[in-house]
Structures are given as C-alpha cells and as structure tokens.
Design a protein around this ligand. Structure first.
Ligand SMILES: Nc1ncnc2c1ncn2[C@@H]1O[C@H](COP(=O)(O)OP(=O)(O)OP(=O)(O)O)[C@@H](O)[C@H]1O
Ligand SMILES: [Mg+2]
Length: 154
C-alpha cells in the first residue's frame, strides 16, 4: 500500500508527522529517505509534537541518535548520515525495535540493522517549499495509518 501527499510549506510536513504520531506504537520503525534538506527532520519534529514531546527536535547529525522520553512513547531519532562506510556496531539495534518509535534518517547507511517490518517515507523536494511525501509499507502494522493518510487534504 502506498500513499502520496504534497505539502506546500514546512508546517504541513510537520502536521502530517503529528498525525502519524497518533498511529505509532511501541516497536515501530520508520525510515525517512530523501535528499539533504528534504524535510526528514521537519517531519520528525511533527511526530515529536504529536507524542507530546516538549523539546524541539533538532538534527542529531553530530550525535547519530537523540532520545526523547517525555512523550506518550519514547522517540528514538537516528540520523545515520555520518555512519556511511563506518562500523555500525555501536548498539543502535537496542533502540531499533525497542520500547518506542524509532525514526531513521539515511537508513541506507545502516541497512543491516533495519527490520523487515517498517514504514518507508520518501520525501522529494519539488522545488521551493513543495515536497512530495510517499508512504509505503509491506507490513500490515501500518495499514490503519496509511488509510488515515489517504484521507488527508491539505
Ligand atoms: N514543505 C516543506 N516540508 C518540509 N520542509 C520544508 C518545506 N518547505 C520548505 N522546507 C524547508 O526545508 C528544510 C528541511 O530541512 P530538514 O532539516 O527537515 O531536512 P532533512 O531532510 O532532515 O535534511 P538532512 O538530510 O540534512 O538531515 C527546512 O529548512 C524547511 O524549512
Ligand atoms: Mg535531518
């Protein structure tokens, strides 16, 4: 199942993240794909808001991972960009499929750690503030979320 949505400003991308948050549950793994500046961290910020997390989500590029525990679910935000070509045996697997929802930017750099059951989100920068978000999953875990996204009108 695949759902495509267009956003015209960053707040809309965050809003979609917020909507997704209400469907996420413990152990969910979400892959965020797209070029630099596509909107992966912006989306994650919306998820954090939806989980009731107070802190603003910042790009964890220099930390690889940042954890947020003050929401309805723990949020693990991984940015694997700096792990390209590195040894990835640094214990991330404890957080992926852990007790919270795990959002992963640049998942291709830690491919061997990614479980089969995950939600794929690809963000295309269409120029200016236009973005296309493509949601896709092979796992029935995300059916309800994908159905809800189909109803979104921005
Ligand atoms: N419709 C939109 N959705 C999301 N972001 C948008 C949109 N329009 C403009 N932007 C801008 O694009 C940028 C997206 O940055 P963001 O850090 O979320 O990207 P990213 O995909 O996480 O990049 P990186 O790979 O460098 O981590 C922000 O500056 C944001 O303001
Ligand atoms: Mg980012």
């Amino acid at each position: 199942m695949e759902v495509r949505l267009l956003t015209h400003k960053k707040e809309d991308t965050a809003l979609i993240g917020k909507l997704c948050a209400s469907h996420f549950s413990s152990g969910d793994v979400v892959l965020l794909k797209g070029d630099l500046g596509a909107g992966k961290t912006t989306f994650t910020g919306g998820v954090a808001k939806g989980l009731g997390i107070k802190e603003d989500v910042i790009s964890p590029t220099f930390n690889i991972m940042k954890c947020y525990f003050d929401g309805s679910l723990p949020l693990y935000h991984i940015d694997a960009y700096r792990l390209e070509g590195q040894n990835i045996e640094i214990g991330l697997d404890e957080y992926i499929e852990g007790d919270g929802v795990c959002l992963i930017e640049w998942p291709m750099y830690i491919e061997s750690l990614i479980p089969d059951e995950h939600l794929d989100i690809v963000i295309h920068n269409l120029g200016g503030d236009e973005r296309e978000l493509i949601f896709q999953s092979e796992s029935s875990n995300f059916d309800e979320l994908l159905s809800a996204l189909q109803e979104v009108r921005l």
